[in-house]
Design a protein around this ligand. Structure first.
Ligand code: GLP
Length: 260
């Protein structure tokens, strides 16, 4: 794992944006995996700015999102379809037909999950997957106890996650119980993972995911087994890391050819 510690979330998001921009410039037909939540919003703002000011071209990019709520109309303001449209897709030149988000209204959920996996494969796999982390250590919506080898499927949210996401719905009771999420095995198949985490609320999950044992009880800890996982954190999210000094030194002393 590469742990990049920044004094504030904006500079961490900017590094993530530069990594994605470089990928898209090197390979215009890149496959990008996107996440939702409050965490990656500044990253998407940077990508929109790069598109507008530097001509960063998304016209040949294919996108796959991590997850969606079951039973929620895509037009619902709290759906991840709406989120992606409002915060990124409508503001860059991505081809709508190349954007994919799990179908929360699918009649046959297992078949639709299988089809999602097949679409990722047919696109050649995901080059960079953006990830946030839940306060309980989940990535995507893979809650604690998720199989470390899981594929796209239906999951049930924990009480904690429903509380954490209540703000988007105007009350905890309105948050759906069920979701469709890429599995941990699906995420592990991508060629690079960019995990972003900011604020004190994420400090414990980050310490467990980065420095704790690999365990299904902290789903993000599976990223320790990924050959190219980058964790971008601010001071608060890094506050429970034992080896912060070391990570900072490593980043500050990278050889020029390794810099982002
Ligand atoms: C939800 C999403 C995750 C996201 C997490 C953290 O559970 N499914 O992909 O990482 O929320 O959200 P936030 O960034 O708002 O803290």
């Amino acid at each position: 794992m590469e742990i990049i510690l920044q004094s504030d979330s904006l500079s961490a998001n900017y590094i993530a944006a530069r990594i994605i921009a470089r990928q898209v410039r090197q390979k215009p037909e890149s496959v990008l995996g996107f996440a939702t939540g409050l965490t990656p919003l500044p990253l998407y703002q940077f990508l929109i700015k790069m598109h507008r000011n530097e001509g960063l071209d998304f016209s040949r990019v294919t996108a796959f999102n991590l997850d969606e709520y079951v039973g929620l109309d895509p037009a619902h303001p709290a759906s991840y379809h709406s989120y992606m449209q409002d915060n990124l897709f409508a503001k860059i030149n991505i081809d709508k037909h190349r954007t994919h988000i799990p179908d929360g209204l699918a009649r046959d959920i297992p078949a639709s999950c299988l089809a999602y996996e097949e679409k990722i494969l047919a696109a050649g796999g995901i080059d960079i997957q953006v990830l946030g982390i839940g306060s309980d250590g989940h990535i995507g919506f893979n809650e604690p106890s998720s199989s470390l080898a899981s594929r796209t499927r239906i999951k049930t949210l924990t009480v904690q996650t429903r509380k954490d996401n209540a703000g988007f719905f105007g009350g905890e009771d309105k948050v759906p119980h069920h979701v469709i999420t890429m599995g941990l095995g699906t995420i592990m198949d991508c060629r690079m993972c960019l995990l972003l985490a900011f604020g004190k609320k994420k400090a414990r999950a980050i310490a467990q995911a980065v420095e704790g044992p690999v365990t299904a009880m902290v789903p993000a800890s599976i990223l320790q087994m990924h050959p190219r996982a980058i964790v971008l954190v601010d001071e608060d999210a890094a506050s429970e890391l034992q080896r912060a000094f070391y990570y900072r030194w490593v980043y500050d002393n990278k050889p020029d050819w390794q810099k982002y």
